[in-house]
Design a protein around this ligand. Structure first.
Ligand SMILES: C[S@@+](CC[C@H](N)C(=O)[O-])C[C@H]1O[C@@H](n2cnc3c(N)ncnc32)[C@H](O)[C@@H]1O
Length: 336
């Protein structure tokens, strides 16, 4: 389900033509066909917004294709929320490519052993094994048996002997695993579940401890002025609409409540199929905690723009300062 990664960003200050030219020069012109990350739907500047009950509601990008009301057959009564989540939010092929590239360029060798924290269905792990040589392993950690069972039933059959490299742990992500990992990852902002600095520090310390001597720990995050707006954002996919709802944000505590809803052409919906109670963490806060946890250094990777300069392109490059825009995505890589 790497199918999309239009990680979204919205330019607020930079001239779009300049941006497009820059992307063209850098060769960063790949435009994955959809976008994902729990939460951040594709954004286009200047979209109309309305306020309903104190909440900003933005329409997603208008589709140029005719709506196919019956093509997919999706409806709330029969749709599988994990299938929809994968289609709308995840892009494991691109993610695995990024993780392999980061490890190789940082350590000068190929990574073999992988750990996926907050693994859900383990889709990223299955993709890791698919694109790794024989002998590779992947371990997933999640507290919820439902997505783990769903993933076992759906992701690993086609891997043949490589499927033996998968181990699912029904455990907290702070629990130790069974080997030293080359790459350990927390994706889709799942680590935002830790709302106290001491909890985050304990998690990062456990992550560092679990790595091989030359291992890396990779987390993603997002930010920008739109990140804490209380709003709903719709993104259309074939057969359903993905809705990211930022319901509540309290600046004093950083508490942050978000939901994913799926709507269907027959006007049914899976309301708040996934909900998240997070703390909104800023990049520099997380970087400081990683350094306090003992990582030798932290590298920052920021997403580039698509050719039109209207959205993220799913391609992350090493950077230092980032860009001040309405919505941005980044990775932090803790190097042991
Ligand atoms: C946002 S989903 C992530 C799914 C998938 N990894 C992805 O990238 O989209 C968060 C997952 O974290 C799990 N989770 C939350 N707190 C956890 C904890 N302390 N330890 C392990 N899993 C946890 C939830 O059960 C849920 O499946």
């Amino acid at each position: 389900m790497p199918k999309t990664t239009e990680r979204r960003q919205r330019p607020t200050t930079t001239d779009q033509a300049t941006r497009a030219a820059r992307d063209a020069r850098s060769g960063a012109t790949a435009e994955p066909d959809a976008a994902r990350s729990p939460g951040r739907a594709a954004r286009s500047p200047g979209r109309a917004a309305r306020v309903e009950g104190g909440v900003v509601v933005r329409a997603g990008r208008k589709s140029t294709r005719r709506r196919r009301r019956t093509a997919s057959g999706f409806t709330a009564a029969t749709a599988d929320k994990y299938v929809l989540y994968q289609k709308a939010v995840q892009s494991p092929e691109l993610d695995v490519e990024f993780l392999r590239r980061v490890f190789k360029s940082t350590r000068g060798r190929e990574a073999l052993h992988f750990r996926e924290d907050f693994c859900g269905t383990g889709l990223l792990s299955a993709t890791w094994l698919e694109h790794s040589p024989a002998g590779a392993t992947a371990e997933g950690f999640d507290l919820d048996p439902e997505p783990i069972a769903w993933g076992l039933a759906h992701h690993f059959h086609d891997l043949g002997e490589k499927a033996a490299g998968w181990t699912a742990h029904l455990k907290d992500v702070r629990a130790p695993g069974t080997r030293a990992y080359d790459v350990r990852v927390s994706q889709n902002f799942s680590h935002f579940v830790f709302t106290k600095r001491a909890e985050m520090l304990a998690y990062f310390e456990a992550a560092r401890e679990s790595l091989a001597d030359d291992g890396v720990f990779v987390i993603d995050l997002y930010g920008g002025s739109e990140a804490t707006e209380e709003m709903e954002e719709e993104t259309k996919f074939r057969g359903f609409t993905y809705v990211w709802e930022q319901e509540k944000f309290w600046p004093g505590s950083g508490e942050y409540v978000n939901h994913i809803t799926f709507r269907f052409p027959d006007r049914t919906e899976m309301k708040r199929a996934f909900s998240y109670k997070w703390r909104m963490w800023y990049l520099t806060e997380l970087e400081d905690v990683l350094l306090d946890a003992g990582f030798a250094r932290v590298d920052r990777y920021f997403e580039g723009w698509n050719a039109k300069g209207t959205s993220g392109n799913g391609i992350f490059k090493k950077g230092v300062r980032g860009e001040n825009c309405g919505s941005w995505l980044a990775y932090l890589v803790g190097v042991k």
